[in-house]
Every structure is written in C-alpha cells, then in structure tokens.
Ligand binder design. Structure first.
Ligand SMILES: *Cc1c(COP(=O)(O)O)cnc(C)c1O
Length: 446
C-alpha cells in the first residue's frame, strides 16, 4: 500500500539546497528566518495538499464519504482556503473557528459545529451562518439548541455526540472516547436523548451519531470497532424509534510521525479498515450504505509545518546536561510541556554537519518545564544558528499563548520557491491593544 504524508517526519519538499542549507517549498530556511524573523511557523503548501489528496484517494472507494478537517489543529484563513479547495468541509469547535472558515469562503453547509459547552453566542452565530450540522453533546445543549433554533424559526440538522467506550493506546491526556469522558452521551443515555428529540424538540432534526476516540492513534483496529459500535447503535435507534438515521461520524485521530519511533499507519490503511468494517456492517444489518464522516486534524496539517528558531545562549551543567536556548518555546509550542511530546530537529544552516553532541533544547519562557527537546544529537552549535523543528503544523500555533507577554510568531506559506505571510507577527502594540485603564488610574499613564 502506498505511503501517505503523515508517515514522514519532514515536509515532502525538504531538501538541502546548493548553498548547503535546508530548504522547504523551494525556500531557503535561513533566508526565511532572515526575512520574517524567528520564531517562525512555516507551512509547506505541497505537503498539505498532498495529504488532502491522499485522504480523498484513500476513501474514494466508498461513495458516501464526507471529509471534514478538524480546524482546532490549525485554523487560519489561508490554510482553511487550501483545505476547502481540496474538497474538505470543516469540524469547528468555537465561534472563532466558525468565523475564520466563514471568512475563508467555505461553504457553511459543509461545516459541523462540535464541542462540549458551546455558548449561546456561538450557537447563535452557527445558526445565523447556517452551518450544516451541529453535534450535540449533552441534554442541556439539546434543550438550549432547540430554544435558540425555535426563536429564529429554524430547524437544525444535528448529530448526537456519543462515547462508544473505546480506549486508544495513546497519551492519557488526549483520550476522549472512553466511558469516563467529558464529551458526549454515554450509550445508555441515547434513548432518552432521541426520545426528547423525537417527541419534544421540534426544531431539531436528528441525522445520525458522532464519536471521536482519541488522538495520535497508530492502531487501525479501534476504527473497525468504532464503526461497528456506531452502526449497531444507529440501527438500534432506527428500529426502536422508527427513524431513518443514516449518518455516522467517526471523528479523527490518525497519528503522525514526530520521531523515528512513531509508526503511524497510512491514510490508505485506515481507509481500507474503515470501509471494510462499514461494508461488513451494511451486510450484517441489511441497511443501505450510511453517509460516513471522518474528521482528521493532526494528520492533515502536522507534517506540512515546521518552526524555525534562532539558537542563543547555552549552559553546561557541571557533570550534567548541555542546554541550548532558542527564542521560542512553550508559548509557540505547548506540546512538550503539556504532553511530554517529542520532536526532531536539524540546524537549517548546517543540515549536513556531523552530529557530535547530545543536547537539550530549552525554551525562553519562565518555567523549568519549558524544554522543547529533552535530548537530541546535533552538530557543534554557534549562537545565531537556525534550528528547524519538524512536524509542528498541528496543535502549535492553535495552542499558542502570550505567556511572558511575548508576541505570537508569524506564519508563512511556502510553495514553488515563493513565501507569503499568512499570519503576521504580533507587535508590542498588538500586545497592549486590548488593555484598558480605568479613568481613576490615568494620572501617569500615557
Ligand atoms: C480533536 C478532534 C478531531 C481531530 O483529532 P486529530 O487527532 O487532530 O485528528 C476530530 N474530531 C473531534 C470531535 C475532535 O475533538
């Protein structure tokens, strides 16, 4: 079976150029660092489009597939436009994500609004912009959504978010599908939910059920089990309530290769497992083929992204580690501090140099836990060298903060030797632009 982009550590266009520097999308990374400053997020358009095409191709054997990109992995107007061009809809989890994809010109009928505590304002925005589906998470939300839809004289197409009780062998912080989860209806509660929708909530139109069983998943068997459980539940609800529900959303979760130890399956393997499981269930229950949604986030965008940092100070602990500090860290990439996530990196201005030392890459933020890479083999390092960390497209910028009152980094899109800003670097004035000072404190303030 062919490989897919999520099985590579580096963007597909990564090479060493004639100057001996690392080069992505035809752009010399040291020149990008020079031109745009660091830390700098770089997104390779070719890699991004390539994984979208892999997904499309992998699932083309099943007619009724509906692909949504999980925006929370990275949500900008430019990347949303590219992903939409490649034929994906969007899974969104906030008013901000709804607004961003709307501004990107996305057909809002291909948007699913999801989340365990949507606000009234967010739901109203979703209703006003007519997003295609809302995934309802709990009883409170069912009732709230019905009231808000009724007040606008609208009927909303919904999915029920359920917890199918599947555990994935992934980091415990990012499991969401086991029974003790803050997300969704337990399968013992779906009857009551459907009862209410059918008999009381006239402005809700139930289309099917939705689950998401975890993230950075390397196993294929969990998707087989998930598909089976969800279809079984759909058939049960249809029979019990005389309904024609025919939509199953399997969520996202396919893993990527952060380090050599990671062995994610390809989109082609995942597609085969899912399609076989669905076809088996169709035969078993003698139903017409349901519409299947999948919602990959990480596996779409992670490999396309790298982050460039400038190396600064170093510190040798007597008889201990050698630390090198970069000009970014936990505010632009929270994953190592949050999940002990691991990354690989090279020095962009000497990618060929022989690794000669085991070092620790420290972030610049005031937390001992702000360590970007605990242990990595690198060549001799000079101050001012440019470090390129791979696989930072997902859950980096989207989780970025202004900790230590540091400006958020810029993002550029590279393609065919061209680079374009898609997120401007914040300025000092941006940082204070939302501050306000009460009149009584104004005496000495400019
Ligand atoms: C986070 C999430 C996704 C995407 O997960 P990835 O691991 O990034 O693929 C998809 N669906 C739902 C409901 C999610 O919460």
């Amino acid at each position: 079976m062919p490989n897919s982009t999520n099985q590579f550590i580096r963007p597909l266009t990564t090479k060493i150029n004639e100057k001996g520097n690392l080069d992505i999308g035809g752009c010399d990374l040291t020149e990008l660092a020079d031109k745009y400053g660091t830390p700098l997020y770089v997104i390779d358009e070719h890699t991004l489009r390539s994984i979208c095409k892999d997904y499309k191709k992998a699932f083309s054997k099943y007619e009724k597939i509906n692909m949504l990109y999980a925006s929370k992995a990275l949500c900008t107007i430019a990347t949303s436009k590219i992903i939409s061009d490649e034929g994906f809809g969007f899974d969104v989890v906030s008013g901000g994500e709804i607004y961003t994809v709307y501004k990107a010109g996305v057909d809002m009928r291909n948007v699913l609004f999801n989340g365990n505590n949507k606000s009234v304002d967010e739901i109203n925005l979703a209703l006003d912009l007519e997003v295609g589906r809302i995934s309802v998470d709990n009883f409170f939300e069912l009732s709230l959504l019905n009231v808000l839809a009724q007040s606008k004289n609208k009927t909303v197409d919904i999915l029920l978010r359920v917890t199918p009780g599947i555990e994935c062998h992934t980091h415990e912080y990012i499991q969401t599908g086991n029974l003790d989860s803050k997300f969704g209806f337990d399968l013992t509660q779906t009857d009551r939910a459907v009862d209410l929708i059918v008999n009381a909530y006239k402005n809700l139109n139930l289309k099917g059920i939705h689950a998401h069983i975890g993230s950075q998943i390397f196993e294929t068997k969990v998707y087989e089990d998930e598909a089976d459980i969800l279809i079984c539940e759909l058939v049960r609800l249809n029979n019990k309530y005389g309904l024609n529900l025919n939509e199953i959303n399997l969520g996202g979760g396919l893993g990527v290769k952060y380090t050599e130890n990671d062995t994610p399956p390809s989109t082609f393997e995942i597609a085969e497992v899912i399609i076989n499981a669905i076809n088996k269930s169709i035969e078993k229950y003698k139903i017409k083929p349901p519409i299947i949604y999948i919602e990959p986030g990480r596996s779409i965008i992670s490999t396309a992204g790298v982050t460039l940092y400038t190396l600064g100070t170093s510190k040798q602990v007597p008889n201990g580690k050698k630390y090198f500090a970069v000009d970014g860290g936990m505010a632009d990439n929270a994953r190592p501090a949050m999940y002990q996530a691991e990354y690989t990196a090279v020095i962009a201005n000497k990618p060929d140099a022989k690794a000669s030392q085991n070092v620790t890459i420290a972030g610049r933020f005031c937390e001992s836990g702000d360590i970007l890479i605990k242990s990595i083999l690198l060549p001799e390092i000079d101050e001012g060298d440019i470090l390129c960390v791979f696989n930072t497209g997902a859950y980096n910028y989207s989780m970025a903060s202004n900790y230590n009152r540091v400006e958020k980094s810029a993002m550029v899109l590279v393609n065919n030797s061209q680079s374009d800003i898609i997120v401007y670097r914040e300025s000092l004035d941006d940082l204070i632009s939302h501050d306000a000072v009460p009149d009584r404190l104004r005496d000495n303030v400019e």
